[in-house]
Each structure stands twice: as structure tokens, then as C-alpha cells.
Design a protein around this ligand. Structure first.
Ligand code: GDP
Ligand code: MG
Length: 289
């Protein structure tokens, strides 16, 4: 009997959503970063086995309002959770969970399994600190289960998957069973390059940078990719290119490595840096992305 279903991943920026998604799918479908808000696009990761297809959605900015729960908020939450079988709430194990948050989670109602994940437990000095939080969370009686995990060190990911599978119902595969993400190849390439930019340049380059893939062609079993890195200031151009072009070269090399693994092809990657003033305000450019 084939089973399928939907899982939504919820948590503040930096709680480890993308890292968990990548760990579960076993490949890099979402970009991760120590900086906040790297997930600009909603990304679905598709977990496939012989018996299951489970679709995971990394949801940025969900449940973020500080105000207490009102009707509007509640109906919006419920609307966005239609058809979801499991919700994963991520919070680094050392952070506190406030009342308003618990209230919102509690309002979501039955029929959707709620699992609280205490993330990054590889960072704990002692087991006791994690255990204390675990017991506290279980006491709230809001979550169907509480699991301490580390996506980085692969701790308890198996138990988590077991729990998730228990909530899946008989149903057909919604995506091709070879597919691991609903992102287009172009968008995937752009996201990988953007990830390398953010990692290497940290605070020197603002989030006002986007990457656009201009060409992607398979030729003699080589994948040729031309991509533009578009920034909004002349002053950033030198930083992205680096001394003697070294930074751009590094970004290119790191991107190529990930892309070769993902596409399983030899990659030829050309990166171009372009300045387009105020692109963030220009609708037409954004629509092209
Ligand atoms: P998101 O914003 O919720 O998607 O969080 P990310 O997955 O991008 O992770 C934010 C930061 O936390 C990154 O620097 C990750 O490498 C780090 N991180 C994520 N999961 C773990 C983990 O299990 N252990 C540790 N030590 N760090 C993690
Ligand atoms: Mg993320």
C-alpha cells in the first residue's frame, strides 16, 4: 500500500529548517546560511521511498506575529494548513517558547499531527539540559510528540521519520518519484550560487543581491551555465569580484562542486557581476527571477 502526504516545517529564521530538510531529502534542496532569512522562495523537498512519498515544505516567517491570537490570524493559519498531515515546529533546544506561541499551536486543532523538534542538540554540553526542556515541552500537552534532534549530526532523524510515516495515509504520489524538489533547475542553480555568495561575503554584501541564470545547456555531456550576479551598488562589485578575481573564482568553484553533485554532470560555470541600481524596487526585474 503506497502512502503519501504533506509536512510543513515551521520555525524562526536560523532554527535549522533548511538543514533539516536537506538532511531528510539527503540532498541539498534548500540553501542554508548562518544569516537570517535566506529562504526567499518557498521550497518543497520530496522524500521518496518504495512505499512513501512525503512532501516537505520549508515555510519562512510563519507564526511570526507577536500579538496574541486573533480571529484573522487563526483563520489564516488554518487556511494555510489545509491538507497538511504533520507540522514540525523547530526551536533550538536552548530557546524559550512563549505563551503566545503555544496558544497559536494549540489553536491549530486535531487532524494535524504536531511535533516539536528541539534542534541543534549536538551543541548541548550535557544531556540534562536537553532532557529538562523535553520534559517541560511534553508537560504543555500541546504537541503530539517532542523530539530532540540534530540535523547536522544526524541525531534522531530516523525516529522523526518513523513518526511522520505513521501519519501518512494511503494515497498516490503527487510528484514524479524520482523528483526531490519542485524547484526548477534554473532556480536551483541560482539558489546555490546565492548561498555561496552569502557564506563567503557575510555582512559585506547585503541581501540585496540576486542571481539569474541566463543560459543552461547540455553539450557533449557537459552542462554549460551562464549566470549573472546582480547587485544594486557599484561599491559592492569590487567585493564580489575580490582581489584579482579571487572571490568570484572561489564562489564559482564552490558552486560548481555542489552543482556537479546535484546534476551528476560535468559543469562549466560562467559568472558575471552586474550592477543594476535599485533592482529591488523594479518590478520588472523581480518578475524575471
Ligand atoms: P533556517 O533559517 O531555519 O532554515 O536555518 P538553517 O537550516 O539555514 O540553519 C541556520 C544555521 O544553523 C546554519 O548555520 C546551520 O548550519 C546551523 N544548524 C542547522 N542545524 C544544525 C544542527 O543540527 N546543529 C548545529 N550545530 N547547527 C545547525
Ligand atoms: Mg531556511
Amino acid at each position: 500500500m503506497f502512502k503519501s502526504g504533506f509536512v510543513t516545517i515551521i520555525g524562526k529564521p536560523n532554527s535549522g529548517k533548511s538543514t533539516l530538510l536537506n538532511r531528510i531529502i539527503g540532498s541539498k534542496v534548500a540553501i542554508t546560511s548562518p544569516k537570517r532569512n535566506t529562504t526567499r522562495n518557498r521550497i518543497r523537498g520530496i522524500y521518496n521511498t518504495d512505499d512513501y512519498q512525503i512532501i516537505f515544505q520549508d515555510t519562512p516567517g510563519f507564526l511570526k506575529s507577536k500579538s496574541s491570537l486573533d480571529e484573522m490570524m487563526l483563520s489564516r493559519i488554518k487556511e494555510s494548513l489545509k491538507g497538511v498531515d504533520v507540522i514540525l515546529y523547530l526551536i533550538p533546544f536552548w530557546q524559550t517558547i512563549d505563551e503566545a506561541y503555544l496558544e497559536r499551536v494549540g489553536a491549530i486543532g486535531k487532524g494535524t499531527k504536531k511535533i516539536l523538534l528541539l534542534t541543534k542538540v549536538d551543541k548541548a554540553d550535557t544531556k540534562e539540559e536537553v532532557l529538562k526542556k523535553l520534559l517541560w515541552a511534553q508537560d504543555q500537552k500541546i504537541f503530539d510528540s517532542v523530539i530532540p534532534v540534530s540535523a547536522r549530526k544526524d541525531i534522531n532523524i530516523d525516529s522523526l521519520m518513523k513518526e511522520i510515516k505513521e501519519s501518512m495515509e494511503e494515497g498516490e504520489a503527487m510528484y514524479d518519484r524520482e523528483q526531490i524538489t519542485d524547484m526548477s533547475d534554473n532556480l536551483y542553480v541560482a539558489e546555490i550560487i546565492r548561498e555561496k555568495l552569502l557564506f563567503n561575503l557575510r555582512d559585506e554584501v547585503p541581501h540585496g543581491v540576486f542571481v539569474k541564470v541566463e543560459r543552461m545547456e547540455l553539450e557533449d555531456s557537459k552542462l554549460l551555465i551562464d549566470a549573472e550576479i546582480i547587485i544594486d551598488r557599484d561599491s559592492t562589485k569590487g567585493i564580489v569580484i575580490g582581489k584579482g578575481g579571487l572571490m568570484l573564482k572561489k564562489i564559482g568553484t564552490e558552486s560548481r562542486k555542489d552543482l556537479e553533485e546535484y546534476f551528476d554532470e560535468k559543469i562549466f560555470l560562467n559568472l558575471f557581476v552586474k550592477v543594476r541600481k535599485n533592482w529591488q524596487n523594479k518590478d520588472s526585474i523581480i518578475r524575471e527571477v
